[in-house]
Design a protein around this ligand. Structure first.
Ligand SMILES: Cc1ncc(COP(=O)(O)O)c(C=O)c1O
Length: 381
């Protein structure tokens, strides 16, 4: 089995702690435990008491997740009729994507992947010999999915349609009308939908989920990593009403997970039960930062940015004479500026800026200033 290098993870994970100017991360600035308790108004003593007496066995009754966390996850989908029984806790969004893709796809199936997206969605199926059909988001469409193209790409062998919504890296987001149409297209060929909703939650008003439209083959995956600012818990989930798929995922999960960390589940439950407060914290970080980044791009003669990002990142195009990989490596080496090269998403020439890493806007501005100075050095190449 040949599995392509996972470019975004191989680049960001080692560089994250080395960068002075971190415009690479797709997470919202991580919370400390103290901050989690503050944001969610928890009684820290009661929590510590619970921890002291907690059994550290595999799990407490239900290996697919504690009843508490499964209920809390179901709660973040208030307009779908999912119950805790439809929720399965897994190891991060990466675990969720892997289990869904590996669990569903068989010889003879094809998967339709909306690209750019997280590399798991296309390179895992390719690695196991599955026909992988791409629907490319286009700059001129503000990276919104063209439903006619999708309709023409699926056929009776399409087992799964995979996308990230809000999109990584562009932040482009499909709302109710588009999601309904997407569901209709999937229904027309009886395909599952893998909707990676890890960036859902930025809007002040309700943000739709793929689970909201009554389609049992819709699957939402997400995790604590991005909008919940708790990537280190490694808690993620899969939610589907489809019983056969649920059983299939549960079996695969027995092979590679057994159960999630029980302490991580408790901590994550606190955030999930208070998701509106946690998302509000994220929103308060992301929205002003996004405006700063968008305004900064306007000041840069060689950069352009399309669409309205609703996640934690946006995709910036450039017209310098340098590949995106070279640019990212050079900016890191010369100026300790971390951005994610477009090559990680097969997008060239472009880089992804993540704007969730800064709680201090002056520091974000300083990083963008440093980046402006670096970019100037590219003008005469
Ligand atoms: C769309 C998407 N899905 C999944 C993941 C993996 O996240 P996790 O940390 O939950 O494994 C990421 C991380 O960047 C992502 O962007």
């Amino acid at each position: 089995m040949i599995l392509a290098d996972f470019l975004v993870e191989q680049w960001l994970n080692p560089m994250d702690s080395k960068a002075e100017h971190n415009l690479g991360t797709s997470c919202v600035r991580a919370m400390t435990m103290d901050e989690l308790f503050r944001v969610t108004n928890q009684d820290e003593d009661a929590f510590l008491e619970e921890m002291r007496t907690m059994s550290l066995h595999y799990h407490h009754g239900d290996s697919t997740g504690s009843p508490r966390i499964k209920k809390a996850v179901a709660g973040i989908y208030p307009r779908s009729n999912v119950s805790p029984d439809h929720v399965m806790m897994v190891h991060g969004g990466t675990g969720a994507n892997d289990i869904v893709i590996m669990g569903l796809l068989e010889k003879g199936d094809n998967i339709v992947v909306v690209k750019p997206t997280y590399q798991q969605h296309y390179d895992i199926p390719k690695s196991i010999g599955i026909e992988t059909r791409i629907v490319q988001l286009k700059e001129e469409d503000d990276y919104l999915l063209n439903m006619d193209t999708l309709r023409k790409t699926v056929d009776k062998n399409t087992k799964l349609i995979a996308l990230s919504n809000p999109n990584n890296p562009t932040g482009a987001t499909l709302y109710e009308e588009d999601l309904r149409e997407l569901v209709e297209i999937a229904k027309s060929v009886d395909a599952y939908i893998l909707c990676d909703e890890i960036y859902r939650g930025l809007d002040e008003t309700y943000m739709s989920s793929i689970l909201d439209y009554g389609y049992d083959k819709a699957i939402s995956v997400s995790s604590m990593s991005k909008m919940f600012s708790m990537a280190g818990t490694r808690i993620g989930w899969i939610v589907t009403r489809d019983e056969a798929a649920y059983r299939n995922f549960e079996n695969r999960r027995s092979y590679n997970t057994i159960c999630c960390g029980i302490v991580d589940e408790v901590i994550s439950s606190i955030a999930l039960e208070n998701y509106e407060k946690v998302w509000e914290r994220s929103r308060n970080i992301l929205l002003p930062n996004k405006e700063i980044v968008y305004n900064w791009v306007k000041t840069q003669p060689h950069l352009s940015l399309r669409g309205d990002a609703k996640g934690t990142t946006c995709l910036v195009r450039y017209d310098y004479n340098i590949s995106s990989t070279e640019l990212a490596v050079d900016a890191m080496e010369k100026a300790k500026i971390l951005v994610c090269h477009g090559a990680c998403f097969d997008e060239e020439p472009a880089f992804r800026i993540g704007y969730g890493g800064y709680t201090d806007q002056d520091k974000l501005r300083a990083s963008l200033d440093a980046f402006s100075s670096y970019l100037k050095t590219l003008e005469n190449r």
